[in-house]
Design a binder for this molecule. Structure first.
Ligand code: PLP
Length: 439
């Protein structure tokens, strides 16, 4: 028994399943979760003192690498002035402005006002309440395999941990709440149009991941989000674009900005942000047009609040991260993604393992399939059994991957030549393990 095993045994006696978020339990890859004691740059260190090159990046936030000295210094400086005030601060104004300034492309500025919250779940939950408050309608359209956090109405046919656990939804959500969410296959505009033909005047909003990354990464069909905006707006509904994972990771202006620059301009009504925007601290946000956002209390009738909303330490980390997320950073992350993808696909191809890489800006993932999946139903047909042996061989080779085949790999600017070299060195054995795996 090593220290990770001991800690997991203790954890399971006081924490359900031994973890505070389900995917961390290694349910789909088997074995004992690594209990991490520290993270710095490109590396995480487990309870045994073993160091791994990390491609989880705390599920996205660590764009600049773990414990970036400037981000840590900003948090320390903020902490010395007080941990939480429960009152407005100058930093909140700065962070909201930074978000609004960045989310601009093609002459469009869809984020005029921003509300800071603490988690991505809160951001999407609030966005939906806001859309319902603005339209006076109840129904929500979401896509199969898109994950938007764990609020009641959003767990219908969600990806991420729900995909990993293969749960159809979740216990504990009243049937009446689930019935307010209409789930359609991702990428299927005809299905969206049908739902609108049947219920258009009752639909408050469509919510969509700007680019899906919780059923594995799925590349959005060209112009898909723009078409959703047209359908929603044609029926007096809103379009909520969830950038919690993609925002400020795939591109300086998020996935919305990347699509606008690619010639598929559209105007979302509400965008949600998380992960990178908090620089590794608990912080998320929703933003949108002023006339929509002003429906939130205290100016409007849609209630939303939070003791820790706009927490000064989180705000400091967010500002320090966004200020350093320059175009050069994204160029470097794209080059890093190129390299890891080339090594990954080279290793799998050498062993004859069918695989398809999907990529959205700096973000990528792969599926054990012959071609890229376009929706959740297809993603689920892959040889998922190959991922556990692949994952454990990578761990043995000193590389920490997401413990699920349905999660993206996250590159960081801290991935230097030594870190990339270790990933390349670990891949051949992992590809052999994947090839030898049996269902
Ligand atoms: N939306 C998307 C697209 C996500 O990927 C996630 C989390 O992974 C969330 C919302 C929920 O964010 P959080 O885990 O901070 O509640």
């Amino acid at each position: 028994m090593d220290r990770n095993d001991e800690l997991f045994a203790s954890a399971r006696s006081v924490i359900p399943g031994g973890v505070n978020s389900p995917v961390r339990a290694y349910g789909s890859v088997g074995g004992t979760p690594r209990f991490l004691q520290s993270a710095r740059g490109a590396y995480v260190t487990d309870a045994e003192g073993r160091e791994y090159v990390d491609l989880v990046a705390t599920w996205g936030p660590a764009l600049l690498g773990h414990a970036h000295p400037d981000v840590v210094a900003a948090v320390q400086e903020a902490a010395a002035k007080g941990l939480s005030f429960g009152a407005p601060t100058e930093g909140e104004v700065r962070l909201a402005s930074l978000i609004a300034e960045r989310v601009q492309a093609g002459g469009l500025s869809p984020v005029e006002e921003v509300r800071l919250v603490s988690t991505g779940t809160e951001a999407t939950m609030t966005a939906i309440r806001l859309a319902r408050g603005v339209t006076g309608r109840d129904l929500l359209v979401k896509f199969d395999g898109n994950y938007h956090g764990h609020s009641d109405g959003l767990l219908a046919a969600a990806g991420s941990g729900v995909a990993t656990l293969a749960l159809p939804g979740t216990a504990g959500v009243p049937a009446g709440v689930a019935a307010e969410t209409l789930v359609v296959p991702y990428g299927d505009l005809d299905a969206v149009r049908e739902v609108f033909a049947a219920h258009g005047d009752r639909i408050a909003a469509i919510i969509v991941e700007a680019a899906p990354a919780n059923m594995g990464v799925v590349e959005p069909p060209a112009g898909f989000n723009a078409a959703l905006a047209d359908i929603a707006h044609g029926a007096g509904s809103l379009l909520i674009v969830d950038e919690v994972l993609t925002g400020f990771r795939v591109h300086p202006a998020g996935e919305w900005g990347r699509q606008v620059e690619a010639g598929h301009a559209y105007e979302p009504d509400i965008l949600t942000f998380g992960k990178v925007v908090g620089g590794g601290m608990p912080l998320a946000a929703l933003g949108g047009r002023g006339d929509v956002m002003e429906h939130l209390a205290p100016t409007g009738p849609v209630y939303q609040a939070g003791t820790l909303s706009g927490n000064p330490l989180s705000v400091a980390a967010g500002i320090a991260t966004l200020e350093r997320a320059t175009p050069e950073v994204y160029a470097q992350l794209n080059a890093t993604a190129d390299r890891v993808i080339a090594d990954l696909t080279g290793a799998l191809a050498a062993e004859g393992v069918a695989h398809a890489i999907s990529r959205v800006g700096t973000l990528f993932g792969f599926a054990f399939l012959d071609s890229k999946p376009g929706d959740y139903a297809t993603a689920k047909t892959q040889d998922a059994f190959r991922y556990g042996p692949f994952f454990h061989a990578m761990l043995d080779g000193g590389v920490h991957l997401p413990p699920s085949v349905y999660e993206a790999w996250f590159v960081m600017t801290a991935h230097d030549a030594a870190a990339l070299g270790r990933i390349a060195d670990a891949l051949p054995a992992a590809a052999r393990a994947a090839a030898a795996a049996t269902a």
